[in-house]
Design a protein around this ligand. Structure first.
Ligand code: PLP
Length: 397
């Protein structure tokens, strides 16, 4: 029996696979340091957990409207206004099972088979798969390391064809930690408006910016661009709520209605208890976000200062999110115990085998000369992990 062509084109998520592999090794008693994690290693704040318990006690355990409760949509709209100056009515919001699900809905709602979606590379590894699941075609534009991995405006312009339907943006970005400036976003917005394109703006790391850099939502740059932008965000990263699975979109009403209808048949509503808790999160005191950003910033400074001392590795200092892309060109072509390292997958494999350190090979993000290190782990683990990576580099011949 044959599987569908659609499912056969999809690659499994390498980040989830490596994170699971590291967790398994840890569970078997091995002292593994995992730089693979894509989630804050903080607990969900207590008042959010209390709200979830209250939801259960109150019997808030039934179906809700498929695209989310009015209360949550209103809180999201208020929060988008407070944080990014974006003004949306509740009917413009669709709440889904995590931002990943929101992105899936968007691709299903705007892409027809053969439609092209411009995707800056290195990219979050799920984007190409979501585009392909909708029959769309990812058109990669490479961001060079010297330009903080951001493609130039010319690169965006050159990628446009008569089939282009959308531009995918992710700022601050996973895996590079780059942040697009207001000026760059204005130029991209101009291109999108002139060419009648949608912009999918994944802003899941919007709260995590450092060194006085500012997160700007492209949708805030004028009515024309707002109308064609779908803002994506969620509770996972800023509120340490990865397991609760609440993400959302803000878009024009027509698109919101279409995505809501689609979701109503695919999954129905996101979890009622998690929605209730998300209202408490968004309405509550969010000082803990500032504290979390401070902790991440210290870890970022630490990992960068340690990497500075490892011969053969280089990196661009990230400005946002909690990842650093490390250039491993200096290791490629070398060997360890007779095994040649011919790319990032080999590097990752040998690293975990020899020094019990897990990283995500850049090949997963379209950048084979790199590995991604998350700094969502303790300072002690970061220090130990980079020491082991340094020892590994010394072992290469
Ligand atoms: N977008 C980016 C760039 C991400 O890195 C992630 C998670 O790692 C997501 C979206 C999905 O987040 P979630 O589905 O947990 O809301």
């Amino acid at each position: 029996m044959k599987l569908s062509d659609r499912v056969l084109t999809i690659s499994p998520s390498l980040t989830l696979k490596i994170t699971a592999q590291a967790k398994e090794l840890k569970a078997s008693g091995k002292n593994v340091i995992g730089f693979g994690a894509g989630e804050p290693n903080f607990s969900t704040p207590g008042f959010i957990c209390d709200a979830a318990k209250e939801a259960i006690d109150k019997g808030f355990t039934k179906y809700t409207p498929a695209s989310g409760t009015r209360e949550l949509k209103t809180s999201i709209a208020e929060n988008l206004y407070k944080k990014s100056g974006l003004s949306y009515e509740a009917d413009c919001i669709v709440v889904s099972n995590g931002a990943k699900h929101s992105l899936f809905n968007i691709c299903q709602a705007i892409l027809n088979p053969g439609d092209e979606c411009i995707l800056p590379s290195p990219y979050w590894l799920t984007y190409p798969e979501l585009i392909k699941m909708a029959g769309g075609v990812p058109i990669y534009i490479e961001g060079k390391e010297q330009n903080e991995f951001k493609p130039t405006i010319e690169d965006f312009k050159k990628a446009i064809t008569s089939h282009t339907k959308a531009i995918m943006l992710n700022s601050p970005s996973n895996p590079c930690g780059c942040v697009y400036t207001k000026k760059e976003l204005e130029e991209i917005a101009k291109i999108a408006v002139e060419n009648d394109l949608y912009v999918i703006s994944d802003e899941i790391y919007s709260e995590l910016v450092y060194d006085g850099n500012e997160h700007v939502s492209i949708a805030s740059l004028g009515e024309d661009i707002k109308e064609r932008t779908i803002v994506v965000n969620g509770m996972s990263k800023a509120y340490a709520m990865t397991g609760w699975r609440i993400g959302y979109t803000a878009s024009n009403k027509e698109l919101a209605k279409a995505m809501g209808s689609y979701q109503s048949h695919a999954t129905s509503n996101p979890n009622s208890i998690a929605q209730y808790a998300s209202v408490a999160a968004l309405k509550g005191n969010d000082d803990f976000i500032k504290d979390m950003v401070k902790v991440f910033d210290n870890r970022r400074n630490l990992i960068c200062s340690l990497l500075d001392k490892v011969p053969g590795l280089s990196y661009i200092r990230p400005k946002g999110a909690f990842y650093v892309m490390v250039n491993i060109s200096g290791a490629i072509g070398k060997s360890i115990n007779g095994q040649v390292i011919s790319g990032s997958a080999d590097f990752g494999e040998q690293l975990i085998k020899n020094v019990l350190v897990a990283v995500i090979p850049g090949a997963a993000f379209g950048a084979d000369n790199y590995v991604r290190l998350s700094y969502a782990l303790s300072e002690a683990d970061i220090t130990d992990g980079i020491k082991r990576i340094s020892e590994f580099m010394d072992m290469l011949k």
